[in-house]
Write a protein that binds this ligand. Structure first.
Ligand code: BG6
Length: 603
């Protein structure tokens, strides 16, 4: 989730661009840059790291010029570095591009462009767009941009300008946000509304598949095929804080609502139709691997528990799961025939990093699942599978958990494919269902108000149990953790079958039990557990499959049906929302819960 800002007008562009980048700071970045048209030449200033590094490099100098683009990068392809920072020029330096998104076919496009004599200066997917526009340019930048983007697959929001049209800024959007700000004799381009607020509250949304051209007088909009579109501007009513949260009251709620998109982003560039194409593990020799060990902390550990089940079920590879802080002290049996999978959205968790070091000392093959490109764990592991979820600002993991589940599902399928244990048809069946999950998740999110009402009814309780069987057990653990993390209520996830061996003594009408009772292999058993619980007068909040009229509980939340191994991806969402609304009812600091850190970089 990068940040784009563009300006065309009578004022110097540079200060406006830098201020806009500051206002997109919440989008996170690992490099920042600006390009300004300065007397017929494009001047580019860009730095690795936070925006202050760019400001320091500029050292108060204002690059003169009235047309420009700024960018903060959230790396997806190509390490965070000055070379990979945007804006990116074409071969001639007569045009520059900034981009937010993922270009799925960039490798083939890059190869073709290299064969046609283009020279690249970065490792980014973005740079191919600059060269495609360069090739298509015949005096009309908007048309060249349309022609170039018709060759691109993936997600993009781009900004581009050229020396040859010194009063024109062009933008385009497909699956990544882009808005136009309308001023008096000046106009703006931005990834998000906060960058516009100091200048204008009149804006215009660019829809997917559209290209816009801004000059000082106004804006024109076309489809990618070149058909002009008329678009009514709208008035921005949000204040800055609301704008940064996309209108949501908290980043956590915004990021829960981003989860359908997080599934799509985790899949981006990894499927060819219904065929898996995990380039990150291509050419990796797994033939000697005879067991595995997943190591992680917190929410990532629970994603590991799901991963264990999928890998053992589909790939028949014995897979341990270890809490990173215990791993090193448990005399782990790790050797060159072990695949050690480290799951860490931040890629900086000290315990997980220490586990990586131990695994490497033992000669194990190490594979990291992480969200932050260039983070410590990604630099140490043999291979990395990025979550591609974009920055997660809320301290507690929500959309990154969903992304971890999707990525570990793809990895499990790949391991099963390599070991000849799943046919293409069987893999295709799972992938078809994974691709259906975003719309099923949207249906779960439509139940938000009902879940909020449920949360308010139970917000005064002081203890909860979450119970589940099979793949629902990790969901029970994660649901309990979310409630603890953001509402500070004690909650315990438990294997449903284990309740009767002790914890059931704690049940009474004041201790609600969340029971994950969707249709599946363990349905009849979980119904028995629910009956045990209700016999002790404890209230049951059941999660059931849409259409299940037989479920007997005090409260029922429904989710759409899906394949058993994929249930954790949908089943956690109601309990993320439940924890959120309980915490809201209790007035907790949801985005920054007490005592918690986004990443614990100490042991
Ligand atoms: C904790 C976070 O500090 O670390 C949790 O508050 C997270 O949300 C856990 O699950 C592990 O973090 P990571 O970055 O290694 O997945």
């Amino acid at each position: 989730m990068c940040g784009i800002v563009g300006y065309v007008g009578p004022r110097f562009a540079a200060p406006i661009l830098l201020d806009g980048l500051k206002r997109l700071e919440y989008r996170g970045y690992d490099s920042a840059g600006i390009a300004v048209l300065n007397q017929g030449r494009i001047e580019i200033e860009k730095c690795e790291g936070k925006l202050e590094n760019l400001l320091a490099a500029l050292d108060g100098r204002t690059v003169p010029g009235f047309l420009g683009l700024g960018h903060t990068r959230w790396a997806t392809h190509g390490e965070p570095s000055q070379t990979n920072a945007h804006p990116h020029p074409d071969c001639t330096g007569r045009l520059v591009v900034v981009h937010n998104g993922i270009i799925e076919n960039y490798a083939s496009l890059r190869q073709e462009l290299l064969e046609r004599g283009h020279s690249f200066t970065s490792e980014t997917d973005t740079e191919v767009v600059a060269h495609l526009i360069e090739e298509a340019y015949e005096g009309d930048l908007a048309e060249a941009t349309r022609k170039a983007l018709r060759q691109v697959r993936g997600a993009y929001a781009i900004g581009v300008f050229s020396v040859d049209e010194p009063e024109l800024l062009v933008g385009a959007r497909l699956f990544s946000p882009l808005v136009v700000g309308l001023g008096q004799g000046e106009n703006y381009l931005a990834s998000d509304i906060p960058a516009l607020l100091p200048h204008t509250r009149r804006a215009l949304i660019v829809e997917d598949g559209e290209v816009v051209a801004l000059d000082r007088q106004g804006v024109r909009v076309w489809t990618l095929e070149g058909k002009e579109v008329h678009r009514e501007p709208f008035h921005i009513s949000w204040d800055l804080e609301a704008a940064e949260k996309g209108g949501y009251p908290h980043f956590v709620l915004k990021e829960i609502h981003e989860e359908p998109e997080a599934i799509k982003n985790a899949l981006r560039g990894r499927l060819d139709g219904e065929r898996l194409s995990l380039s990150e593990v291509e050419g990796l020799d797994l033939s000697q691997i005879n067991r595995g060990c997943i190591v992680a902390c917190g929410t990532s550990f629970y994603a590991g528990l799901v991963g264990k089940r999928l890998i053992e079920e589909w790939a028949c590879l014995p897979m341990e799961v270890a809490i990173a802080s215990e791993f090193r002290y448990s005399c782990p049996v790790i050797d060159p025939r072990t695949l050690v999978i480290l799951i860490s959205q931040s890629g900086e968790t000290a315990d997980t990093l220490a586990a990586l070091r131990l695994a490497k000392e033992r000669g194990a093959l190490t594979l990291a699942l992480a969200n932050v490109m260039g983070s410590s764990i990604t630099r140490g592991a043999d291979r990395v599978l990025y979550l591609q979820a974009g920055p997660e600002i809320g301290v507690v993991a929500t959309k990154t958990y969903i992304a971890e589940l999707v990525v570990i599902t793809l990895l499990a399928l790949e391991l099963a494919r390599r070991r000849g244990l799943l046919t293409k048809g069987q893999i295709g069946e799972v992938i078809r269902e994974v691709k259906a999950l975003p719309s099923k998740m949207e249906r779960v999110l439509e139940g938000e108000e009902e879940i909020a009402r449920l949360a308010r009814r139970y917000a005064d309780r002081s203890s909860f149990f979450f119970i589940g069987r099979g793949v629902d057990y990790p969901t029970a653990l994660e649901g309990a953790l979310k409630l603890k993390e953001i509402s500070y209520i004690h909650a315990e996830g438990y294997p449903a079958g284990e309740l009767k061996h002790g914890p059931i003594a704690m049940l009474d009408p004041e201790v609600p039990v969340v029971a994950l009772a969707t249709k599946g292999a363990h349905y009849s058993k979980i119904i028995s557990s629910i009956q045990e619980v209700r016999a002790r007068k404890a209230q049951v909040l059941a999660l059931a499959t849409e259409g299940d009229e037989d479920i007997e509980a005090d409260e029922v939340i429904y989710v759409p049906d899906t394949l058993e191994p994929l249930k954790p991806i949908l089943s956690i969402v109601p309990w993320q929302l439940f924890a959120y609304y309980v915490a809201r009812e209790r007035g907790c600091d949801i985005d920054k819960p007490r005592n918690l850190a986004k990443s614990v970089t100490v042991e």
